[in-house]
Design a binder for this molecule. Structure first.
Ligand SMILES: Cc1ncc(COP(=O)(O)O)c(C=O)c1O
Length: 410
């Protein structure tokens, strides 16, 4: 026993209502369904493996300019205030950064949150009220759904990117909020943002667009898809996780300065959780400049996504649901998806298994997230791996493949 450790006492017993839930995880799912293997536990990763499970799309991690800015901030962090963002004074470093980031996205102002999760939950919770309908694309991120629950509002799902279904739901339930992702996190599909803005205006709804997977990677100087389509004035709020292309840990919401004052006294994650630290702000401050100048990396990411989608499509994989840097290989049932993930790993390609609650129960998938730094050999290796495992993974019999065949017949 080391000096710093003490012997733990025997664990206190859990009541049945907890242990039954835990059994569903450990016994029913892991032991019985997945043969004792955890869906997210990778096999040991060789040094030359192609890792496609991170969200650092533009390869910012370790960039000397950003690391230097963060180190300088840490060296001057003495006396830093650890407190809720509601106590930050006008002109504070966080407020200055919020203004800069907002301008980068073509918005008046903004609020930094501790994470993309906190941004979405806090925003929806401050806008919706009990009984207010919130129209959510069925593939919208879980944090938007969580915000609806936290507001006690009425979640009204609509089929993925199906504007006719959204209109029908609006006719039934009336005015409220519409919440979508600009670029969907499981399959790389893009929302029809201009149509959504039309529908929101026509129905008197507010529109929230989560740009987590498009901020930095899409749009002029990385300003996102809303900016790319000139919709900044028609989308009420844009949110983003800064743990993707910005490679840090925070979330962001664009808004007016007027709304910001209200948000900071209403949003529970903003009030009851501490603000960001100086070195985190310094990272993002440097990242804005870096990302704005990263057209070459954005172009490389786009090239890789196009090329890989084309090659995988030619091999018979159904990648038709999406178009961008997130590519889903979708066997469907969890055991088949686990088998696929492991087969890919045997060929040196490491993706992330996405399963319930991140996908519907029988639509689990292996997600490949690309980054700008992939080279030709790595891209070729991914294609080669997908070719080699095709039969063993049973691609012919996946429900997503059958869907593709049906589409081809129409
Ligand atoms: C679309 C989307 N929104 C929000 C989040 C939450 O972001 P964070 O990881 O910063 O909490 C994620 C992260 O998975 C995401 O993919």
């Amino acid at each position: 026993m080391t000096r710093a450790s003490i012997q733990p006492p025997p664990a206190a017993r859990f009541p049945d209502f907890v242990s039954r839930r835990m059994d569903l995880h450990y016994v029913t799912r892991i032991a019985q369904l997945l043969g004792g293997e955890h869906p997210h536990a990778w096999q040991p990763r060789p040094a030359d493996a192609v890792f496609l499970a991170g969200n650092d799309y533009l390869c910012l991690t370790g960039e000397p300019a950003l690391v230097g800015a963060q180190m300088r901030a840490l060296q001057h962090s003495q006396g830093e205030m650890l407190m809720s963002a509601v106590y930050l004074q006008q002109g504070s470093a966080q407020h200055r950064l919020e203004r800069r980031l907002a301008r980068f996205m073509g918005a008046e102002d903004g609020v930094l949150a501790q994470s993309g999760w906190a941004a979405n939950v806090g925003l929806v919770q401050t806008l919706a009220a009990p009984g207010v309908p919130v129209y959510l694309d069925m593939q919208a991120h879980a944090s938007l759904w969580e915000g609806v629950q936290s507001a006690g509002a009425l979640p009204v799902p609509f089929l993925h990117n199906d504007m006719d279904h959204l209109r029908r739901q609006l006719q039934r339930h009336g005015r409220g909020l519409i919440a979508v992702d600009a670029l969907y996190s499981t399959n790389g599909s893009i929302a029809p943002l201009a149509q959504l803005a039309d529908i929101a205006e026509h129905s008197g709804c507010m529109l929230i667009v989560d740009e987590s997977h498009s901020l930095g990677t899409h749009g002029p100087r990385g300003a996102g898809l809303v900016a790319a389509q000139g919709l900044g004035g028609r989308v009420h709020f844009r949110t983003a996780s800064l743990a993707k292309a910005f490679a840090g840990r925070a979330g962001f919401i664009t808004c007016s300065s007027h709304f910001k004052g209200y948000f900071l006294s209403e949003s529970r994650p903003a009030i009851f959780s501490s603000c960001l630290l100086g070195h985190e702000l310094a990272w993002f401050d440097a990242a804005i400049d870096f990302i704005a100048a990263a057209d070459d990396r954005r172009a490389a990411l786009r090239r890789h996504a196009r090329a890989l989608r084309e090659d995988l499509g030619a091999l018979g994989y159904n990648v038709s649901d999406g178009s961008e840097q997130i590519i889903a290989l979708e066997p469907g049932p969890e055991p088949k998806t686990l088998a696929l993930r492991k087969l890919l790993e045997q060929h040196g390609v490491y993706g992330a298994m996405f399963c319930a609650p991140a996908t519907p129960k029988n639509r689990s998938l292996v997600r490949l997230t690309l980054n700008s730094g992939l080279d030709r050999a790595q891209l070729a290796r991914i294609v080669h791996a997908c070719e080699q495992i095709r039969d063993a993974a049973g691609v012919e019999h996946w429900s997503s493949t059958r869907r593709l065949r049906r589409l081809a017949l129409v």
